[in-house]
Design a protein around this ligand. Structure first.
Ligand SMILES: [Zn+2]
Length: 502
């Protein structure tokens, strides 16, 4: 198989018979602090370009940075939630490189002295737990945003000029780096997704970021390599940059595995490079080559004092951590009466919060789970969006489930009601009313439909009366069709029995 750009791909199951993947993730999270990392500029998203800047974040000569205490605290809390060791003393470093979106000519980051090290995060996929080792959590600043104008793709190639918005430059950015994750085999794409999902849940629980992936609050660089099964050395990895949805993380790993397998099958060499992920096609394409290591000439930032968190303060932050998602799931699983596997499905679908919200709004746990993991998951998948991005709230799902259990609508009508809610026609009750979706009671309309079905199929009626009761199904189907699914099937069946067998 080949992609539209002519790259050969190996079938996923086929490659697993010969190769083993190793994955790794570097995740950038924009913190939700009110001001930037080293100045007092606002961080509000969506402001007019270049209105949230000052001499510090524009890198003007003589401007001096001051570190944002709230950002340091948030980073330590993230480290603690991931079981990291917190440094007692560390420094910022200058990472020197020239790119227009870095106005200072260097990014203030951390290098050999990260704030948090040696943590871990356990993720579950299909009932199995994978431990992801966290190498480091460090603090840095975001870059400005380039806008390439005049080209077809929005990338620099083919553009006739570029614009830069420095509003984002200097927003505190936490980078969370895993160690390489071996031993995931066929589950590598799902482990990658489960890791980012779990990390996102933790960040939400900590309240340190809005983690809106579509706004770029959280973006992952996904490293993937393949080696022949049994090989003692890992293969050369590629780094797919800035993947910004959970679904794309999974797709990026899967695609890179299939592409690299084709390269290796042909005795080729996988190039160490960064790659771009394309949401529309689910493919990656080459970016910058990393065959020659960039020399960033790191050195300790002389304009900032070292960070030396007081151990007592760190202890206090530890004691004040909120209930973390893993513990919360254990508690909810018990409250909802689910098996561990059922709970894992909810977690992996990124639906814990949605189901919890639906239960809180009055639905039964079984109903909440059924709608989010069934019909709504299918629709999210068809639309290529995350569950949480569907334009429906947990309260509306609870309302829908309530209409079904009250007998106002059946499951089939509820799916039609969902169409309306997702199309923005209003809440479930309003859509049921506006679209006339309520189940028909034993009304004149239903009696007429039942009698028409009997009159229209004398042969079936004869069979039923002759003892072939299962033939009744055809008549029920006829009535359901005539009423456009608005009849209640058990009621129809009873009405037919009364007339033919009574
Ligand atoms: Zn500023």
């Amino acid at each position: 198989m080949t992609t539209t750009t002519g790259e050969r791909l190996v079938d996923f199951d086929d490659l697993l018979t010969r190769y083993e993947p190793v994955i790794g993730l570097e995740t950038h999270v924009e913190l939700g602090t009110a001001s930037k990392m080293f100045c007092g500029c606002s961080t509000t998203f969506g402001a007019e370009p270049n209105t949230q800047t000052c001499p510090v974040c524009l890198g003007l000569p003589g401007a001096l940075p001051v570190a944002n205490a709230a950002a340091i605290e948030a980073t330590i809390r993230i480290g603690l939630a991931l079981g990291c060791r917190i440094a007692t003393w560390c420094r910022f470093a200058r990472k020197n490189y020239f790119y227009p979106d870095i106005p200072k000519g260097f990014q203030t980051s951390q290098y050999d002295e990260p704030l948090c090290t040696a943590g871990h995060l356990d993720v579950e996929v299909d009932g199995e737990t994978y431990r992801v080792e966290i190498e480091r959590v460090h603090l840095e600043e975001d870059t400005g945003k380039n806008l390439h104008v005049g080209g077809a793709t929005g990338r620099i190639h083919g553009a006739d000029h570029s614009l830069i918005d420095y509003n984002r430059a200097g927003i505190p950015l936490v980078e969370i780096v895993t160690r390489p994750i071996p031993g995931t085999g066929a589950k590598a794409p799902e482990v990658a997704r489960a890791y980012v999902t779990e990390l996102r849940e933790i960040l939400l629980a900590l309240g340190v970021s809005e983690v809106r992936m579509e706004q770029g609050n959280l973006r992952s660089d996904v490293n993937t390599s393949l080696a022949p099964i049994g090989s003692l050395e890992w293969g050369t990895r590629t780094e797919t940059k800035n993947v910004n949805s959970l679904r794309s993380v999974e797709r990026a790993v899967r695609f890179e595995m299939r592409r690299q397998a084709a390269v290796l099958d042909a005795d080729g060499r996988v190039l160490q490079e960064t790659r771009h992920f394309h949401e529309d096609t689910g493919t990656t394409s080459p970016g910058r080559s990393k065959e020659e290591a960039t020399d960033y000439r790191y050195f300790p930032e002389p304009d900032l004092v070292p960070i030396a968190p007081d151990p007592e303060w760190v202890e206090k932050l530890t004691a004040e951590l909120p209930e973390l998602p893993a513990a919360r799931r254990v508690r909810l699983q018990e409250e909802w009466g689910l098996s561990a596997t059922e709970m894992a499905w909810i977690a992996n679908a990124g639906a814990v919060q949605l189901v919890a919200g639906t239960v809180a709004a009055g639905a039964s746990p079984a109903d909440a789970r059924k709608w989010w993991l069934g019909e709504l998951a299918r629709r999210a998948n068809d639309a290529g969006v995350e569950l949480a991005e569907l334009p429906i709230t947990p309260e509306q799902v609870a309302e829908l489930a309530g209409l079904v259990s009250a007998g106002t609508i059946n499951d089939q009508l509820a799916r039609q009601a969902l169409d309306g809610v997702l199309a923005g026609e209003g809440g479930p009750a309003a859509v049921v009313e506006a679209r006339g979706l309520a189940v028909l009671g034993e009304s004149d309309e239903l009696v007429a439909a039942v009698e028409a079905a009997i009159a229209g199929a004398p042969d079936v009626v004869e069979k039923v009366r002759g003892g072939k009761v299962q033939a009744l199904g055809a008549l029920v189907g006829q009535v359901m069709k005539a009423t456009k699914g608005k009849a209640d099937a058990p009621t129809v069946k009873r009405m037919l029995e009364e007339r033919l067998l009574g």
